[in-house]
Structures are given as C-alpha cells and as structure tokens.
Design a protein around this ligand. Structure first.
Ligand code: NDP
Length: 286
C-alpha cells in the first residue's frame, strides 16, 4: 500500500529515534561515541547503533531504514558505492564522487550525501585556514582524497594539485576539483601553502606504518600540513612537518567535520563541534 507508507514517511514525528552506521567490520567504529555525545549534549533523545552489514546487503539496509523510519544512517566500507542505487537520489557531491557516506531524509525521500570532503574543509576553517587562500597539494587519490579534491574545488581553491602513486587515479581525483585541479609531482609541494596527506601511509597496523608519504625535505615554515590519518594522531608526516616549522593539523578534524555535517543533515541543527571532537579524541585515547 504505497499511499499509506508515504504518509508515515513524510511524518517526521513518526520516525524512530534511532540512527546508526552500516558497514563491515563495524565493531570498532568511533561513530557511536561521537554521535552519542552529540545527541546527549543537545538534549536529543536518539540512539545510535553500529549495524554489521556486509558487501551486497547495502540496499537491504537502506530499505530497512525506509521501513523502520530510522532517522539517519552513516555508511562506511564496503557499502559506500552500492547504497547509491538504493537511495532516492544523491547530492551533487555524492553523485560526482560516486560514493555515499551519509543518508538523510528530505521529506519522504532518502538522499545520499558525501560529507567527507566538506567536513575536511570545515575543519580547516575552524582553525582559521581559508581553503581559497592558498595553493593545495593533495597527496593520494583514493576515496578520501577524491572527496577532499572535490570539496576544495567547490570551496574556491586557486589550485588543487593531486600527487599519487598511480597516475590514473590521480587524474580522476584532479578532475573532480574542476578547472583548478591538475596532476602534479612531489616537487609541487615546495610551492604549496597547503599540503594534505590523504593516503593511508603512516597509518598504524598497515605495511606503511611509521612511513612518510612524501620527502619531508619539501616541507617548510609558512605551510599548513594536514594528515587525515588519525591512528596515530601524530603521524611521522606531522612530526616532520612540525620540525620543519609548518603548522600541523591532525586527522581528528576530518573525523569530526564529516560527522558534524551528518548531524546537521539529520537534525537540522548546528553540530556541537567541540563535544564531538572531544568524544572522537577519547575514542583514540582508548
Ligand atoms: P583508499 O584505499 O581509497 O586510498 C588509499 C590511498 O593511499 C591511495 O591514494 C593509495 O595510492 C595510497 N597509498 C596506499 N599505500 C601507499 C603506499 N605504500 N605508498 C604510496 N601511496 C599509498 O583509502 P581511503 O581514501 O578511504 O583512506 C585513506 C586514509 O585516510 C586511510 O588511512 C583512512 O583511515 C583515512 N581516512 C581518514 C578519515 C578521517 O576522517 N580523518 C576519513 C577517511 C579516510 P594508489 O592510488 O596508488 O593505490
């Protein structure tokens, strides 16, 4: 009975006070702690759960969101691409990226968003850094790097240079930044004001743990160097950048920024950023 279903879905009050994150593995997701703290601080009586959903079951999970009237879903690996076909439509950013990390209601429609890039750009602005104020080098061309390049392009970055091990992926990421995007080499880092590591190099528990994604000799005073890797929080790149006199930003900013954007999409309210960042930091201290 489609008519009856739409009546329930368009009635916001009829939805369950439940949100969550879908993906696999999900047990160690930091999102429940971050959103739990945000809802509590804003007096929102919602609960946020991790849902273990494996590859191939993304569409069924979105259908469950629809049927149960869940308030919002975060989407993580390996479902970011497959849920696209299950939502009613995607935001322009998610469409361009071909990846969704957040699903929100708009009326009785489920809309897929990608909050990673805008969350990263927000986190720069919180620290007084204008993404339109300097040339940027994005190291990496995976999912996170693509979202950052796309968001930097929209934020008015004068130049987005993508440097990556695989050239083909670099070209795709640079194109997402629009006319100011191009593929470059490590040599471009010297002339950049903003340097962002969006590779997984330096991440604990991987083959490249303890390594740097670039030659640190290219870093210098006057630059802002951000790493999106957040385990460890102070990566070898950030240590080297500090030693070179650059201003450093850790991966907590993007982690908080993307969640803050989701909070606002679901609740229509400004996110309690400091509370969310503190909750994220606590999960990293554990
Ligand atoms: P992907 O697997 O999509 O991309 C990985 C990127 O790292 C690619 O550019 C890849 O290069 C590069 N890379 C991996 N290993 C090496 C290496 N040994 N040498 C050089 N380049 C390498 O991952 P994601 O984009 O999803 O995530 C990247 C990192 O960002 C992860 O550590 C993730 O935890 C972190 N992240 C942090 C977020 C936050 O909120 N702070 C949000 C999302 C991600 P190539 O294309 O050549 O393979």
């Amino acid at each position: 009975m489609p008519g009856a279903r739409s009546r329930v879905l368009s009635d916001d009050a009829a939805r369950a006070p439940v949100a969550g994150v879908i993906g696999s593995p999900i047990a160690h997701s930091r999102s429940p702690a971050i959103f739990g703290a945000a809802f509590a601080s804003e007096g929102i009586d919602w609960h946020y759960f991790p849902f273990e959903v494996g590859e191939g079951d993304g569409a069924a999970a979105v259908e469950a969101m629809r049927t149960l009237g869940l308030r919002g879903l975060s989407v993580t690996m390996p479902l970011k691409v497959e849920v696209i076909d299950a939502v009613d439509r995607c935001s322009a950013g998610a469409e361009a990226l071909g990846a969704v990390n957040c699903i929100a209601w708009e009326g009785d429609e489920l809309v897929g968003h990608n909050t990673d890039g805008d969350g990263f750009v927000d986190s720069l602005r919180w620290r007084g850094i204008d993404p339109a104020g300097g040339r940027a080098v994005v190291v990496g061309a995976g999912g996170a790097a693509r979202s950052i390049s796309e968001a930097l392009g929209r934020a008015g970055s004068p130049e987005v240079v993508v440097v990556n091990r695989s050239l083909e992926r670099a070209e795709r990421a640079a194109a997402l930044a629009g006319t100011n995007g191009r593929v470059g080499t490590e040599a471009d880092i010297v002339g950049a004001e903003l340097v962002f590591n969006a590779t997984s190099v330096g991440m604990a528990g991987t083959e490249a743990a303890g390594e740097l994604p670039i030659d640190p000799a290219r870093l210098h005073r006057g630059q802002v160097v951000a790493d999106i890797v957040y385990v460890p929080l102070v990566t070898p790149l950030l240590e080297a950048a500090s030693a070179a006199g650059a201003l450093t930003l850790d991966g907590l900013g993007m982690l908080t920024g993307q969640a803050a954007q989701a909070f606002t999409l679901w609740t229509g309210r400004d996110a309690p950023i400091a509370i969310m960042e503190a909750a994220a930091r606590q999960t990293l201290d554990r």
